[in-house]
Design a protein around this ligand. Structure first.
Ligand code: HEM
Ligand code: HEM
Length: 181
């Protein structure tokens, strides 16, 4: 059961670590898949970038589980001075969308590969075996398209989140950002 918000100045050390670690892996997932797109077909590095994308995305899924458990246990510290209600509501909506994204996006990615009947090949020769052979090419293709669209849409949501964090810090001059550092 959720506890009342902690009254400390910052998020707990664990919450802060998870936030920035997951941020790093999401960033890497985006960087790797974009570099993959720039490389010519048939280039071995292109395959390497796709495998690195899978690994970064899987790391997000592994880390989001303990992060959400910690969030339910520790809550969120209050912002000082308290922002107006509409700003607080917008923050809740954005954070809810971000949490949803961090769970759903890697799951869609895994389904896109597994439903195509392929193993998820990872760096260093590691792999998650194919669990659904011979696969369902049409379904896998649709899920992959959703995964790509969600990935494109979240550039904007993540962008809004970052702009909001900087707006709180530089223009509203509250402690929103300091609570996460
Ligand atoms: C938070 C984690 C993830 C993010 C942010 C993410 C984001 C993206 C983005 C932005 C694209 C390219 C979209 C485009 O070309 O317009 C993409 C493609 C793809 N992703 Fe992910 N992804 C994540 C996790 C995963 C995972 C865990 C897997 C599978 C294990 C996966 C599998 C794929 C596949 C198969 C593609 C298509 C690649 C291609 O062009 O051949 N993704 N992803
Ligand atoms: C992939 C990128 C990011 C994702 C997915 C993400 C996700 C999240 C989520 C889900 C929360 C809600 C925390 C909670 O209530 O438990 C949050 C809070 C926060 N994030 Fe991010 N974040 C990202 C990048 C960033 C960056 C780059 C910054 C700084 C410029 C930032 C600053 C903050 C701050 C200050 C909070 C606290 C907001 C509040 O409590 O009102 N985030 N983030």
């Amino acid at each position: 059961m959720a506890q009342p918000p902690v009254t400390g100045v910052r998020y707990s050390a664990g919450q802060r670590s998870f936030h920035w670690l997951i941020f790093a892996f999401v960033l890497l997932a985006y960087v790797f898949i974009n570099i993959k797109g720039w490389l010519p077909r048939g280039d071995a590095a292109r395959v390497g970038m796709l495998e690195a994308h899978f690994a970064a995305g899987l790391a997000v899924l592994l880390l989001i589980v303990p992060r959400l458990m910690l969030r339910l246990r520790r809550g969120a510290p209050a912002v000082t001075p308290e922002p107006p209600r509409p700003v607080r509501i917008l923050g809740h909506i954005t954070h809810g969308l971000l949490y949803l994204f961090l769970v759903v996006q890697p799951v869609l990615g895994i389904l896109a590969v597994e439903l195509s009947g392929h193993a998820i090949d990872l760096p260093f020769g590691l792999a998650i075996p194919a669990l659904h052979t011979p696969g369902n090419a049409a379904l896998a293709h649709s899920i992959r398209e959703i995964h790509e669209d969600v990935g494109d849409i979240f550039y904007w949501v993540i962008g809004l989140h970052i702009v909001a964090a900087l707006w709180h810090h530089w223009f509203r001059r509250d402690d929103t950002l300091k609570r996460m550092l």
